[in-house]
Design a protein around this ligand. Structure first.
Ligand code: COA
Length: 165
């Protein structure tokens, strides 16, 4: 019998992708065969990078995973995007207990909207447990060294953006 290939979605804002997101992507690939990184359009958050720029930056970073990671954008409900992609498994990273309330609320709302959806949580590695895209951008804006938190190309893109502000 041929095993069915497993796919999952990894949704987020990714403004921009950080080492924390890349760690979740890498570890997800030990659970699923293919991962779709789903970049939310029209987020409530004010973004530094456009959706097209975020996708380009992510694509540059996920090349290392030999075609197992696809990058798409979506708007509207995550459950609708998941249904259209025929992919009802969602991966989310949990950094600290403070993430739990929001993540549980979102997972339960999604389950309510479509009972076929399952959310799988991966605990962030310790060294990524305090980083977020916003805090990395803020550090860069104030002239801090962000090389430990994002890949070199992302660092360059952030520095280029914040110096143009
Ligand atoms: N390492 C480092 N940082 C991490 C991380 C990790 N493992 N996991 C999350 N983060 C950071 C992100 O950088 C982000 O930082 P920021 O707030 O500074 O931008 C923050 O944690 C959480 O953001 P993210 O993972 O991008 O999620 P989000 O809350 O911006 O968006 C969606 C989550 C896209 C899944 C959600 O908003 C969604 O599904 N929206 C569509 C509408 C919908 O269906 N809503 C639910 C039902 S109504």
């Amino acid at each position: 019998m041929v095993a069915k290939s497993r796919r999952a979605l990894f949704p987020g804002t990714f403004d921009p992708i950080t080492n924390g997101h890349l760690d979740i992507i890498r570890r997800s690939l030990s659970i699923v065969d293919e991962l779709i990184v789903a970049v939310l359009q029209n987020s409530q958050k004010a973004a530094l990078f456009s959706v097209a720029e975020r996708i380009e930056l992510i694509e540059g970073e996920v090349k290392q995973f030999s075609g197992k990671v696809l990058v798409r954008s979506f708007s509207g409900l995550l459950v609708d995007f998941a249904k259209n992609e025929n992919c009802m498994t969602v991966i989310r990273g949990l950094r600290a207990i403070s993430d739990y309330d929001y993540e549980a609320q979102m997972a339960l709302m999604n389950k309510n909207l479509n009972p076929s959806i399952e959310t799988v949580f991966l605990i962030a590695r310790e060294e990524n447990s305090y980083i977020s895209s916003s805090i990395v951008k803020e550090a860069a804006l104030l002239g801090g060294d962000i090389s430990k938190f994002v890949p070199a190309n992302i660092q360059k893109a952030i520095v280029r953006k914040v110096t143009a502000l």
